[in-house]
Design a binder for this molecule. Structure first.
Ligand code: NI
Length: 398
């Protein structure tokens, strides 16, 4: 039973067949990266039918924004709601009637559900314009799974005209039972950076090591020394990962190669830890190499930043979830080491990114994200829609 007494839940129940139909259609046409011609065309057609205003297309190739203006007198704040639209290069193994028709591509992370939920939210908010003041900006984003769509959309100005004051997003979760909504104030998802380190030694005959500088021995010392960053430098209360996932050098047992190469993935929750890791990795690699007479060239590449939720906005999500779904269904989530490019929006504006339970073992909807049998229990989508609509309306009316 809902503690909030108004017609929203019954309005949602009425639109759910349409939301599920949208989701299933989008599931049949998964597209990858920034170029999502069929998906964007479908979203555009639906937005026109719903009657939203100021639709802008082709932002960061396939991104779309649109506005809904509230008519209730009050403050004129702008709240942005984001849905990602892209899929993954995975061959679907589900035997559902709405299975992917694009060989080798699959909505295996639930972005089809995110897009259909936002279309549902748009149609509800259009009918409820007298219930809120200010403006809702709808944002449909490509490229979340790579190469990244949030950053280029921000660069193209989506946080201005009108100026956005707060940002909201949600992600379905197969590990979260259907019926529940989870939130996490502060750092919720990790940053994902990478580095390539090339050690330049001096090659030569394997029987005459004294005439060369062995980059393999140097890289072995660097690998061990890098382990001391998390073990000895990062505060034990903080979280960090430094993984050397690839190392390569040499071709023959009796030849010392000129160079060795290693590649790393680096994860953290706090921006300052992230900066610290880059500083330490660079310092250790270059100084260990120098101590053996070699050089290390560190090419550090920043990926998505950590997703850091504003505590006040997340408290609002928590409050609304308790009121709509009950205390037992409002879950304080642990941080996760995955990354998400909604983080770029949260770097620019306060807001909150929360998780909607769509896991259900009985319906075979508990496979992990990015698995060829991933699926969502569509029963959960109504909860995401309701919490998002109430959060946004309450923020705009406050
Ligand atoms: Ni995802």
């Amino acid at each position: 039973m809902s503690a909030v007494v108004d017609s929203l839940r019954s309005d949602i129940d009425e639109i759910m067949p349409g939301v599920i139909a949208d989701r299933r259609y989008l599931h049949t046409i998964p597209e990858l990266g920034l170029e999502l011609p069929k998906t964007a065309a479908y979203v555009l057609e639906r937005l026109k039918a719903i009657g939203v205003e100021e639709i802008k297309t082709d932002i960061a190739v396939s991104g779309i924004t649109a506005l809904i203006h509230g008519t209730k007198p009050g403050a004129a704040k702008v709240a942005l709601i984001r849905a990602d639209m892209d899929a993954l290069p995975i061959l679907e193994e589900n035997k559902v009637e709405y299975v992917s028709t694009h060989a080798g591509a699959m909505h295996a992370c639930g972005h089809d559900a995110h897009t259909s939920m936002l279309l549902g939210i748009a149609s509800l908010l259009m009918e409820r314009r007298d219930q809120f003041s200010g403006t809702v900006k709808l944002l449909f984003q490509p490229g979340e799974e790579g190469p990244g769509g949030a950053e280029p959309m921000i660069a193209e100005g989506v946080l201005e005209n009108p100026h956005v004051d707060a940002v909201f997003g949600m992600h379905v979760g197969s590990g979260l039972p259907v019926g529940k909504v989870a939130f996490k104030p502060g750092p919720a998802l990790a940053s994902a950076d990478s580095a390539t380190i090339v050690i330049q030694g001096k090659g030569g005959h394997g029987a005459s090591p004294h005439l060369g500088i062995d980059p393999i021995v140097v890289s072995a010392h660097i690998v061990m020394a890098l382990q001391t960053i998390v073990g000895r430098n990062v505060d034990p209360i903080d979280t960090a990962v430094v993984t050397v996932g690839m190392i390569g050098a040499g071709e023959a047992s009796n030849v010392i190669p000129d160079t060795a190469e290693m590649r790393l993935t680096i994860r953290a929750f706090k921006p300052e830890i992230r900066d610290f890791l880059e500083e330490r990795i660079t310092a250790i690699a270059t100084s260990v190499a120098a101590s053996y007479g070699a050089t290390a060239n560190v090419m550090y590449e920043r990926g998505y930043p950590p997703t850091v939720n504003d505590p006040e906005f997340t408290a609002l999500v928590q409050q609304v979830t308790i009121e709509t779904l009950g205390e037992e269904n409002a879950i304080l989530a642990p941080p996760r080491m995955g990354a998400e490019d909604f983080s770029y929006f949260l770097e620019q504006r306060p807001g909150s990114f929360f998780f909607v339970g769509t896991g259900n073992e009985e319906k075979d909807c508990s496979w992990g994200h990015h698995h060829p049998r991933f699926n969502v229990d569509e029963e959960g989508l109504a909860n995401g829609i309701e919490v998002m609509v109430r959060v946004v309306e309450r923020y705009l009316n406050d």
